[in-house]
Design a protein around this ligand. Structure first.
Ligand SMILES: C[S@@+](CC[C@H](N)C(=O)[O-])C[C@H]1O[C@@H](n2cnc3c(N)ncnc32)[C@H](O)[C@@H]1O
Length: 206
């Protein structure tokens, strides 16, 4: 599982850079203002954002299906004694947490991996389930306006293989459908090197 990402992190354990993303900084502000205490991070990667949240006193359950990512996370958690629980986990499975457990769920550049729409709908229903009432769902995706859209080889509807990375580009309708049960608080754009991410901050209705 996660072989492509194992290879990436083995060759560079700071593939996305050492510093936290701007998206994480924005979300951290939001979390602090809203007294967020416990979050679940999906597709944590080499933990640039995980450590930002945890070093600000937020308890993070961090998952990734790449064993190399989780080994990096485990090492940093122990060295820095941060409140992070790392776990190897494939987010296509049912989430191992009770209902209404988290104040927020965070994922950066995970949802545009190669997931089917059915898998994404299942994941969003699970996110709704584990979030507390009015809990936050912070995430980023790539969309049809992306300058890389249409590059590489199409392998499924909306999904392209670009240099070995399989990427979904979302339509507005697909996002609207996924967001059922969430209220969008703000949206923005973020340049992640060559990639433009559409950022979402949303809140569970009930
Ligand atoms: C584009 S990277 C982003 C990493 C991190 N969020 C960041 O921004 O630095 C996507 C991450 O999602 C993980 N991933 C992909 N599919 C997954 C799945 N089905 N379950 C869990 N993690 C997954 C990959 O291993 C990789 O670490």
């Amino acid at each position: 599982m996660g072989e492509v990402w194992n290879k990436v992190y083995k060759s560079d354990n700071a593939f996305f850079g050492q510093d936290a993303s701007n998206f994480a900084l924005l979300c951290l502000n939001h979390m602090k203002m809203n007294n967020v205490r416990r979050i679940w991070e999906l597709g944590a990667g080499h933990v640039r954002d995980t450590t930002l949240f945890a070093s600000n006193g937020i308890e993070v359950e961090a998952v990734d299906y790449s064993i190399v990512a989780i080994q990096i996370l485990d090492k940093i958690t122990k060295e820095k004694r941060l409140p992070i629980t790392p776990r190897i986990f494939d987010v296509r499975r049912a989430l191992p947490f009770p209902d209404s457990y988290f104040d927020a769920v965070y994922s950066h550049m995970l949802l545009n991996m190669r997931f089917s729409l059915d898998e994404l709908h299942f994941l969003f229903s699970e996110i709704r389930r584990v979030l507390k009432r009015k809990g936050f769902n912070f995430f980023s995706v790539r969309n049809y306006n992306d300058k890389s859209y249409g590059e590489g080889v199409q392998i499924d509807k909306g999904i392209y293989d670009i240099n070995g990375f399989q990427v979904r580009f979302f339509t507005e309708k697909e996002m609207q459908d996924l967001m059922e049960g969430f209220e969008i608080l703000w949206m923005g754009e973020e340049n992640e090197e060559s990639v433009i991410c559409i950022l979402y901050s949303a809140r569970k209705w009930e």
